[in-house]
Design a protein around this ligand. Sequence first.
Ligand code: KIV
Length: 264
Amino acid sequence: MRRRLSDLKSLYRKGEKLVCLTAYDAAQAHWASAAGVEIILVGDSLGMVVQGHHTTLPVTIEQMVYHTQMVQRGNQQAYCVVDFPFMSDARPEWALEAAAKLMKEGGANMLKLEGGQRVVPIVQQLSALGVPVCGHLGLLPQSVEKHGYALQGKEASSALRLLDDAVALQNAGAEMLVLECVPASLANEITMQLSIPVIGIGSGAQTSGQVLVWHDVLGITLGRAPKFVKNFLTEADSIQDALAQYVAAVKSQTFPTDQHILAP
Ligand code: KIV
């Protein structure tokens, strides 16, 4: 049986680390789910790792629906979070239309959108309609043309802004938050301040859970892998074993280690 939001909340309340992995098709979802991954993210990272683009920007809503449908056919037990692609949430009415497609046609359980104060009204609107929402702060891949792929929240002022944004998203009704590439101490502070799960990537070990991209966990990178990822296949006998090792490492807090941290 597929996990529900209430199952994730109860793991979070018990203090168990949540394991999230991206997947983009039925086979990946089947194996991730079989390995015990609790949250599958159909990330718009598919624009880079599947389609070969240099950024996530070209991904369309139709493609997100298509990949979500595939994922949900292969997924047995995980909770499925799906990204709003670039610009699909730029206006509240577009966000509602995109949300309807991702949930009704794709079968998404929760929708993720990037940004802070800008997206607060959209989070409120979706949440009031019964749509579970995941925020995404820190490094925002959809804003890469403006801000690049740099670590975020290094200065006191930007760290404070991120903390304010995180609280604003939670107050608007967000049920979960992805925090990408911020210093570990800031990720810890935000995790402590919030009462929703914070899923980290490149943000240290103190968040409520971790997310990685499927291809990175298996060493299938198109260029140089970022410092915060780990190829679990190097010490595994098979893909299934590597995925199981990723799950076990997040649960036992042996991943990420200091070696994967971008800034303390
Ligand atoms: O698109 C994606 O895969 C993501 C993760 C990197 C968090 O947003």
